[in-house]
Design a protein around this ligand. Sequence first.
Ligand SMILES: Cc1cc2nc3c(=O)[nH]c(=O)nc-3n(C[C@H](O)[C@H](O)[C@H](O)COP(=O)(O)OP(=O)(O)OC[C@H]3O[C@@H](n4cnc5c(N)ncnc54)[C@H](O)[C@@H]3O)c2cc1C
Length: 423
Amino acid sequence: MQTRACDVAIIGGGIIGLACAWYLRAAGRDVVVLEREQPGAGASHGNCGTITPSHAPPLPEPGVLGRALKWMLQPDAPLYIPPRFDPALWAWLLRFAAHCNRADHAHATRVRAQLLNDSSAALEALIAETGIDCAFERRGLLYVFRQPTWRERFGDLPETLAPLGIRAEAWDGRRTEEEEPALRAGVSGGIWFPDDAHLRPERLVAGLARAVRAAGVELRAGAPVTDLAVRDGRIETVVTPDARWQPREVVLAIGAWSPRLARRLGFRLPIQPGKGYSMTFDRPGLAPRRALVLKESSVCVTTWPDGFRLGSTMEFSGFDSRLNPVRLAALRRAAETHLREPGAGEPQEAWSGWRPMTPDDIPVIGRPPGLQNAVVATGHGMLGMSMSAATGLLVRDILLGEAPASRLAPLAPGRFTWAAGKG
Ligand SMILES: Cc1cc2nc3c(=O)[nH]c(=O)nc-3n(C[C@H](O)[C@H](O)[C@H](O)COP(=O)(O)OP(=O)(O)OC[C@H]3O[C@@H](n4cnc5c(N)ncnc54)[C@H](O)[C@@H]3O)c2cc1C
């Protein structure tokens, strides 16, 4: 086995690892990306591809626990937690519950809004600069409500988001149906976020993988990191099947799998895999004009020139890779309820992926406690595509010693230490 010295080793070739690679390379660093399978093998492949400052409010909020409890035993609900013995998941749920209060909700909304706004602009610039063909369009996103009670629940969202620089307009049912002829009649209202965007995520990842290679990054597919050795507060060696890497800096960007390597490095990350599903179809004749979120079922609909994807659902079932037909059927049913042409026949692809979920729904970006040459970049939950560019820029700034401490504090890996040993 060869021993190789290198400048920066990024572990994980999803959208987060690749965005870090792009900006670090642009800053003149020599970068190796070590990816277990191939770039985009994880959650970054079949997700909905929406770029959404609109999603600044986090999942933990007052009242969500009551809804979650009702859904818990309903296998086709937007959130599903199959009953099983899993102490790490229970500890995670307790932490999640502790964040379901107004103060934490407002804090997380602010932190996420800044990342999302920065990232949306930076990602558009990155796509323009690299010329990646990923069907990027800034056409906005529409929340659609059929039940008036759901419309009312989100009634103050435009006012909440306005001070954070996120524009949103509430529409009544008639206006929503006029603006979006693909919707079936019976809509009670909508919220329109003009600044959101969407793209085809698997093409962004493939294009970015090509772009980083062309820029001089050594991108190694089929290179799982199986071990890491720490000495005197530094990661000294990163082991893959064919090499022992000796990097100056290590970026840990392996999404939902991050707790495994973190544990080897001596710290805990309370991240759970939040499984989501998607189905991709040929584009129907009457396709939505912009990305939609069908709010009652939490299903996202994304339309590209050559395809149409239904996605979402959140299932905490560990790393169970089976495609649950009940969950896939729930996507179809939501589309049939809301859309005149909901996607016919067999899908081009039925897929599932694991989102890296933190209990406060804020990503983890920063130096982990006790390690001088490591940076964690994970925990992006439902928003990893949306936050990718800002994360890459922050990781670059951390390595260059230029990241403002105030910006990093709410993202710090060390914020979870109160329950070290449980997570
Ligand atoms: C159904 C669904 C819909 C979604 N929709 C959206 C959306 O519309 N907008 C949005 O912003 N986000 C969305 N997301 C979330 C988004 O997909 C994730 O947040 C994002 O992909 C996470 O990126 P990542 O690079 O951290 O992880 P991943 O893409 O999972 O990448 C991690 C990589 O690490 C590799 N790896 C793991 N272990 C090792 C190891 N030991 N050694 C080397 N490599 C390793 C894996 O093979 C993988 O390629 C959605 C997710 C799902 C599931």
